[in-house]
Design a protein around this ligand. Structure first.
Ligand SMILES: Nc1ncnc2c1ncn2[C@@H]1O[C@H](COP(=O)(O)OP(=O)(O)O)[C@@H](O)[C@H]1O
Ligand SMILES: [Mg+2]
Length: 304
């Protein structure tokens, strides 16, 4: 396991930033930790990096208890709201940080131009960070995190403030890192982002994990379909095991089935045929992670 956390707690006075979190991240995964502001995401990353100590519970990184200096060399980190020294240019900043991290000069010389090109910063070598856009700063921050070829990348809100084109470039870069065997741990409050990118997702709410699984697992079990008939179905028809209502999509009805089991739709289709109707459209609705997330937030809201 790259990350292995059990019953982790972090208290700040009365605030339980983490309140009994357990999770594991396997090698080569693009793992997304989702949650609203204040959920505890940054706290978890900081514990994994050994920057703050947990109140209770255990946290391991690459099989070792967190905070071992030899582990840090395997890890790249893009902090949330990071500040890069403004007087540096891109290349001088990377060279400076690389030297601090102990990356040999020859490796810096080869890797810095490669990373600048990869992150779309080529041609801007003379520009000082002071003149960078937010998106350029994020990309330079990523280059910094990747400089020493880490096995594990921790990215805290990596696409915050980045325009859509920059976001796409960052996504492609992370997929490439994954192909090369790097494990990527991303904190984000941006659901669409995580949904598009991550293999596995965990949702953190007020210091507790409310859900984890693959994006597919978390979004598939929706029991609604969109349907249309060749000619209108009789108004008075009652459907066993479901109901039909108009949908917001032109010409399509929404079918609510009482069960998400595969044979529920077969029973509907049998009724269609038995009533002499013909289908023109049949499409399963897939829940988005966002639906799920909002539902969870609501449920929590009622409980407190
Ligand atoms: N150093 C600190 N002192 C006191 N409270 C903190 C500190 N760091 C974080 N917290 C609190 O812990 C909770 C989780 O914060 P954080 O991990 O930053 O959440 P997220 O990254 O998901 O937005 C919040 O309520 C925050 O106010
Ligand atoms: Mg945070």
């Amino acid at each position: 396991m790259v990350v292995s956390v059990a019953n982790l707690e972090k208290h700040y006075g009365k605030v339980r930033a983490l309140d009994g979190v357990s999770l594991q991240v396997e090698p080569g995964t693009l793992f997304g930790l989702l949650g609203q502001n204040g959920a505890g995401k940054t706290t978890l990353i900081k514990i994994l990096l050994g920057l703050i100590a947990p109140t209770a519970g255990s946290a391991k990184l690459l099989g070792e208890p967190v905070g071992r200096p030899d582990n840090r060399r395997e890890v790249g980190y893009l902090p949330e709201d990071h500040r890069l020294p403004e007087y540096h240019t891109g290349p001088s900043l990377l060279d400076f940080y690389g030297a601090l991290q102990g990356v040999p000069r020859a490796q810096r010389k080869a890797r810095i131009p490669y990373l600048l090109e990869l992150l779309g910063l080529k041609g801007r070598e003379k520009l000082r960070v002071r003149g960078y856009s937010k998106g350029m700063k994020q990309r330079l921050g990523l280059a910094q995190a990747l400089l020493h070829r880490p096995k594990v990348l921790f990215l805290d809100e990596p696409t915050d403030g980045v325009d859509p084109v920059g976001r796409k470039e960052i996504r492609e870069l992370l997929l490439e890192e994954k192909r090369q065997g790097v494990t990527v741990f991303i904190n984000s409050h941006l659901l669409g982002e995580v949904e598009q990118l991550c293999d596995r997702v965990a949702i953190l709410r007020k210091g507790q994990l409310v859900l984890q699984g693959t994006v597919q697992e978390l979004t598939q079990a929706k029991a609604t379909w969109l349907v249309a008939f060749d000619s209108p179905a009789p108004e008075n028809l009652t459907w066993q095991g479901g109901k039909l209502e108009p949908s917001e999509r032109q010409g399509l009805l929404r079918l609510f089935l009482e069960s998400a089991e595969p044979d529920a739709i077969d029973r509907f289709l049998a009724q269609v045929a038995a009533n002499g109707l013909r289908l023109r459209h049949l499409e399963r609705e897939r829940g988005s992670l966002e639906d799920l997330y909002l539902a969870l937030a609501d449920r929590g809201g009622q409980a407190t």
